[in-house]
Design a protein around this ligand. Structure first.
Ligand SMILES: [Zn+2]
Length: 172
């Protein structure tokens, strides 16, 4: 999952005035005296999938750019406001890996206090496309999975553990 939204907001994004503080919905929040804008610290929705193949492998992506390079991620990305989470997962996976996928179910929703992302993770399988060699994504057998990370987000490890339990017949 990408950026962390930790930059403090000092100016009103609606009118440019310096923000004050006001108590809104039970919390002190950045507030604009000029236009009434309130900055809610809402979370972003990330949508992706645990994609597996017929050989019992899982699709993971090793990031290649920036300070997150080397981290292992699930394919996916941020939801745009004009699409469903399913659309976002399919779109981001194709953009990132070149693979077209079919979603077969919802694996789970992952959130934690303080984390600016809510992860919506589906189960899925490949229906078309070609895995782009430059994407950093590849199918890994259980013996190849980097079980100790480094992971790009805590939910990646949680999803991999779910997959591992399911493969070994445990109660997911
Ligand atoms: Zn304002």
């Amino acid at each position: 999952m990408p950026i962390r939204l930790t930059v403090p907001l000092n100016f009103c994004p609606a009118c440019g005035a310096r923000l004050g503080r006001a108590r809104v919905d039970g919390r002190d929040r950045p507030w604009c005296e000029g236009c009434g804008y309130v900055a809610f610290h809402t979370a972003l929705v990330w949508a992706g999938a645990l994609i597996t193949d017929d050989e019992g492998r899982v699709l993971l992506q090793q990031l290649k750019i920036g300070r997150r390079a080397g981290n292992w991620a699930l394919p996916g990305g941020l939801l745009e406001a004009d699409e469903t989470t399913e659309d976002a997962a399919r779109r981001e996976i194709e953009e990132e890996t070149g693979l077209q996928v079919r979603l077969t179910g919802l694996l789970g929703v992952f959130s934690r206090p303080g984390d600016p992302f809510v992860g919506v993770v589906y189960l899925g399988e490949v229906t078309g496309g070609e895995l782009r060699p430059d994407s950093g994504a590849r199918f890994l057998a259980p013996t190849e999975v980097p079980w100790e990370g480094p992971f790009d987000h805590w939910a990646v490890e949680a999803v991999l553990r779910f997959w591992q339990r399911r493969m070994t017949g445990g109660s997911g």
